[in-house]
Design a binder for this molecule. Structure first.
Ligand SMILES: NC(=O)c1ccc[n+]([C@@H]2O[C@H](COP(=O)([O-])OP(=O)(O)OC[C@H]3O[C@@H](n4cnc5c(N)ncnc54)[C@H](O)[C@@H]3O)[C@@H](O)[C@H]2O)c1
Length: 400
């Protein structure tokens, strides 16, 4: 390691941060690529010391992949608690199904470890609050491995709206996605069972976008929503319509979000729209509109997104560049893990802390709770548990 890199490490972490994995499923295959990228870019920053999964083959498979770029292969376990007992770890990454985010995170925090957890932060509000309590009690870092806001394109949108002021004062936006799919999401049946997933795509997928929205527009104050589940059977094999999987989570959500700033959003997501698909994401302000193609000002001046991205990259300082794209990395998932390791070294708050990830998750819960109670809900009433009709059976099932 060069002197420069040695200086770079905080005294407590002169040695690599020792990471343990909890869950070695689909997404961890992608995490491994990010770990490899960081390992090569910042040698000595971390090493994956151990990997656990209920399925020993999955843990072995991930450990073998990591062993191909690290000096040693991680030790594997089928019980994460045994891993926490036996290994000298500094941190864990939790990438289990949603019903199993809170307990492993809390157990690791109570052992004095730092935690990076996959999105959505927790399966319910109560589970998320318990995780935040464990962070406070143990004074450790809890970050979320949320990648979406970290891409060049999404940093450019944030810059165009908030720094360059290209649409003026934001007024409202449309986020409409409608298509048809009977597939099982990512081939994982648990995602279609409310008690395991905590909800459908709003909770699982749109939470990415909601985190991005919070970065750009701040917090949501109120949510009014309707959800439906039109297609209650999904198929693992959509080529031959075989291996049916029952689904009791939404395939359709319509919502009106009112931000604390007064900004209005019309939000629709459905996988039950037969025929022609619809995809529009467009932000409107007092001076023009912005979408992923570019900006159109009210006087008719058009700037394409490629030009905006160049302007954004040219306008940021070297310090900002290092913050957004550390060591020149542009892979959003690698940046997320790097930010976690960097927070452990420096003690600085990760960009997406537990509180941030919880706030994004809570907006998703508000969609379900608004539908369940048939009225608009304020965020504080969802977080306080005043509205919990949708989540109650999940909390009961997992004794949360
Ligand atoms: N950031 C992203 O873009 C992204 C993409 C996909 C998934 N995810 C998130 O990653 C997480 C995992 O999703 P996935 O698609 O990899 O699911 P998956 O079902 O493929 O993998 C989950 C793994 O966790 C294991 N597991 C379950 N309980 C466990 C326990 N108590 N101890 C150890 N292992 C346990 C399972 O055996 C399985 O191998 C979810 O939170 C999901 O939302 C994030």
């Amino acid at each position: 390691m060069s002197d420069e890199q040695t200086e770079f490490l905080a005294p407590n972490f002169m040695n690599p941060i020792r990471l343990g994995l909890i869950g070695c499923g689909m997404i961890v295959g992608h995490h491994v690529t990010s770990y490899g990228e960081i390992y090569e870019t910042v040698p000595g920053l971390f090493e994956v010391a151990a990997a656990s999964d209920l399925d020993s083959e999955r843990a072995e498979n991930i450990a073998a992949k990591i062993g191909s770029f690290q000096s040693s292969k991680p030790v594997t376990y089928t019980d994460y608690k045994e891993m926490l007992e036996k290994e000298e770890l500094d941190a864990v990454s939790v990438a289990t199904p949603h019903f199993a985010h809170h307990q492993p995170s809390i157990d690791a925090l109570n052992k004095g470890l730092n935690v990076v957890v996959e999105k959505p932060f927790a399966i319910t509000i109560k589970a998320g609050l318990k995780m935040l309590q464990a962070v406070k009690k143990n004074n450790r870092i809890l970050a979320c491995a949320e990648p979406m806001r970290r891409s060049v394109g999404n940093r450019t949108i944030d810059w165009a709206i908030n720094r360059a002021g290209l649409i003026g004062e934001p007024r409202f936006f449309f986020y409409q996605h409608a298509r048809f799919s009977l597939g099982v999401v990512v081939g994982t049946p648990w995602r279609h069972q409310k008690l395991m997933s905590g909800g459908g795509w709003v909770h699982d997928g749109e939470v990415h976008y909601i985190d991005f929205l919070r970065m750009v527009f701040g917090d949501v104050a109120e949510v009014y929503a309707k959800i439906r589940n039109f297609e209650t059977t999904r198929y693992l094999d959509t080529q031959n319509w075989k291996n049916p999987v029952p689904s009791d989570v939404e395939d359709t959500a319509f919502a009106i979000l009112t931000f604390e700033s007064g900004l209005l959003a019309s939000f629709t997501w459905t996988h039950a729209a037969t025929g022609k698909p619809l995809d529009i994401v467009r932000y409107y302000g007092s001076e023009g509109s912005l979408d992923n193609e570019g900006v159109l000002s009210k006087s008719g001046e058009y700037t394409p997104m490629s030009e905006l991205e160049n302007k954004f990259m040219e306008s940021i300082t070297a310090k900002e560049k290092e913050k957004f794209f550390p060591h020149g990395m542009t892979n959003p998932s690698a940046i997320a893990f790097y930010n976690f390791f960097d927070s452990i070294r420096t003690g600085e708050k990760p960009e997406i802390s537990g509180e941030d990830a919880f706030a994004a998750q809570a907006i998703c819960e508000a969609v379900y709770e608004s539908d369940a109670c048939g009225q608009a809900v304020r965020m504080e009433d969802v977080i306080s548990g005043r509205f919990n009709a949708f989540q109650r059976e999940i909390d009961e099932r997992w004794n949360i």
